[in-house]
Design a protein around this ligand. Structure first.
Ligand code: BMA
Length: 314
């Protein structure tokens, strides 16, 4: 039998609400990074109000995690951030750049959803920096390197005219972002036809930046969230070199098929290991956290090989 491109960890799900020392209903859509000897996981949890907070769990092997006694990030209580986080904080992504971990997360309020940026060096002290989008944006992932002196991010604005697509934007200082362009759109009558969005922060490989993104397909039984891969040019990340035509993982395990939202695998983080593998973390059915492993070179090949790639520039 042909081996799956993403090898699910046999111990999935790796983190569930029963392991969290404060009351939560879900543990999902987590960012994961290596910090010193530890893997740090920032996960989203629904409270019984239906609003979300962000917790922290840590471990040493990337598979076993223990949650800290208190949540990591809850809605701000005063100032500008309070105004925009009133309905909760969701789906964190973390990028290490120049010694600082940049955390982007969705801030929900009566004004809509926008993206906030916070930073930390040690996952103890966290500083909110700026609200870096207007309303109707989600899924901001920052590249771990600058391009011609500018920070770069992939993002996903909402539109009533165009299917929701992946855009790129640049910034000199992480506060002011511009030069925005649409760089990848959903494909008609295809697993990602309804909308796509950035997932894990891009990973540098010799052949390009590997982006693991999500794509959504509408069915008579609701939407199905799956993950795909695309490769961006190393010097010019706005240039897509190749996209795998197929998804790399779809909801199959019972905790991915059934849960708070059925049929969802959704990633906010992946960790590239020195041995050429990558640990991909995903939320199952917006309820639990899962992990799987893949070879980076296999994912790159899927984007580039004529037998599996969709081709250049969508
Ligand atoms: C998206 C976001 C994600 C969620 C997914 C599936 O729109 O809300 O946080 O995992 O839907 O419900």
């Amino acid at each position: 039998m042909k081996q799956d491109i993403v090898r699910r960890y046999r111990g999935n799900p790796i983190l569930t609400k029963s392991a969290i020392p404060y009351p939560v209903e879900t543990v999902h859509n987590a960012a994961v990074v290596k910090h010193g000897d530890e893997y740090i996981m920032l996960f989203r949890s629904h409270l019984r109000t239906g609003r979300s907070i962000i917790g922290l769990a840590r471990g040493t092997d990337g598979f076993h995690f223990t949650a800290d006694p208190e949540p990591f990030l809850t809605p701000a209580r005063d100032g500008l951030f309070a105004e925009y986080e009133e309905y909760g904080v969701e789906d964190p992504r973390v990028t290490l750049i120049e010694g600082e971990y940049l955390i982007t997360y969705s801030a929900y309020s009566r004004n809509g959803v926008r993206i906030a940026l916070a930073k930390t060096r040690d996952f103890k002290h966290i500083e909110r920096v700026s609200l870096i989008t207007q309303a109707d944006y989600r899924n901001v992932v920052i590249f771990p390197e600058k391009f011609d002196g500018l920070y770069a991010r992939l993002d996903r604005p909402h539109s009533e005219i165009s299917p929701w697509s992946i855009w790129i934007s640049y910034s000199p200082d992480l506060r002011f972002w511009g030069e925005s362009r649409l760089i990848m759109r959903p494909e008609q009558y295809h697993w990602d036809q309804m909308k796509i969005g950035p997932g894990a922060p891009p990973i540098r490989t010799d052949q390009g930046w590997l982006s693991i993104y999500h794509g959504v397909f509408p069915t008579m039984d609701g939407s199905v969230y799956r993950l795909g891969v695309a490769l961006h040019d190393l010097q010019d990340p706005a240039r897509i070199i190749g996209v795998c035509d197929s998804w790399i993982i779809q909801p199959e395990d019972p905790w991915e098929v059934t849960g708070y939202v059925h049929n969802v695998v959704f990633t906010c983080g992946a960790v590239a290991e020195p041995d050429g593998t990558v640990k991909i973390y995903w939320g199952g059915a917006d309820t639990v956290m899962c992990v799987g492993e893949a070879n980076l070179s296999d994912l790159v090949a899927l984007c580039l090989d004529p037998s599996s790639a969709r081709g250049a520039a969508h």
